[in-house]
Design a protein around this ligand. Structure first.
Ligand code: GLU
Length: 310
């Protein structure tokens, strides 16, 4: 029976990948821009796969909460796109930036319109707009993550949020700079508090794989209601593929062949449209900010299963 057969289970492939990762020597280094992340052990590894019906498979530390960081940007993009559709693209672009995630330079010659929703400037715009629509961007995001994962315990880590704020000069500069172009609607301190709390949300591989299944279900939520049109779900997946893994999206597409969104906490969410959503976590990062073991595990997953968008 082929991989799509009814008796198929992802469990053996996850166990094989975990055994291979266990033997691999290089793990990269945890993010060190705030102390709370630097303390993580790079040998931790977890991976989960969630199917559209909510079946979830996992291995290693797949139930261990970790700092979701920029993975949350895929969810705020979806929640904002659901509310304002194409109007969003007047405020943020959708092209890879070719610059580091927290770069300021491009913003000036592009008149305060960030290149895409996943560099920090673009994510700030998206969170600002979600906050304007809802009055509580982080609360809206938490409601969504909790409902989709079935885990009411998903929550921001207040120490991490405080530490982000204490080291947040560059994000503050980006927000003020965009505000000067009229591209931020809320007071900058309000936006920054929302953004730092958003980045500090802790969730496990199981939680985030389940929360991302709406992208494998072409926009349909766990309760059967529609968050995004089929085209919008395609758009979010496309932006993840082209911009979701910092300045290494080309290499990620080449190796893994799936839409993915990574975070400096060491997590990566990846989507096989129509089939499943994955989340992998290992805190050691490469020089571009992506989890070394995480990318390796996703690379092995698509090679072993033949599942990819290409
Ligand atoms: N919270 C970090 C920041 O905004 C980055 C998060 C990430 O890229 O995962 O600087």
């Amino acid at each position: 029976m082929g991989i799509m057969g009814s008796s198929f289970t992802f469990q053996p492939v996850l166990e094989r990948i975990a055994a291979e990762i266990e033997k691999s020597p290089g793990r990269g280094r945890p993010a060190d821009y705030i102390p709370a992340l630097a303390a993580r052990d790079p040998r931790r590894f977890g991976m989960a796969v969630a199917e559209p019906d909510g079946t979830v498979y996992g291995v290693g530390d797949w139930r261990q909460p970790f700092s979701a960081q920029s993975i949350t940007k895929a969810f705020t993009l979806a929640l904002t796109l659901a509310r304002e559709a194409d109007q969003l693209w007047e405020h943020v672009g959708r092209e890879p930036s070719g610059n580091p995630f927290n770069s300021l330079v491009q913003l000036e010659y592009e008149n305060g319109i960030p290149r895409n929703p996943f560099i920090n400037a673009g994510a700030l715009v998206v969170t600002d707009r979600l906050h304007s629509h809802t009055g509580d961007a982080v609360g809206t995001l938490l409601d969504f993550l909790r409902a989709e994962s079935g885990n009411p315990g998903i929550t921001p880590h207040e120490d991490v949020a405080a530490s982000e704020a204490a080291h947040g000069d560059r994000n503050a500069a980006l927000a003020h700079f965009m505000a000067s172009y009229g591209n931020i609607g809320n007071p900058v301190p309000v936006l920054l508090e929302q953004y730092f709390r958003q980045c500090s949300i802790e969730a496990s591989c199981a939680d985030l794989a389940l929360a991302g299944t709406f992208l494998a279900r072409h926009g349909i939520r766990a309760d059967g209601s529609r968050l995004l049109t089929r085209s919008q779900a395609k758009q979010v997946n496309a932006v993840m593929l082209t911009c979701g893994t910092y300045d290494a999206a080309g290499e990620f597409a080449y190796r893994v062949g799936l839409p993915g969104k990574s975070g400096v906490g060491g997590g990566i969410v990846a989507v096989v449209p129509g089939r499943c959503t994955l989340c992998v976590w290992s805190p050691g990062l490469d020089e571009r900010g992506n989890s070394v073991a995480g990318v390796a595990a996703l690379d092995r997953f698509t090679t072993l299963t033949g599942l990819s968008v290409f």
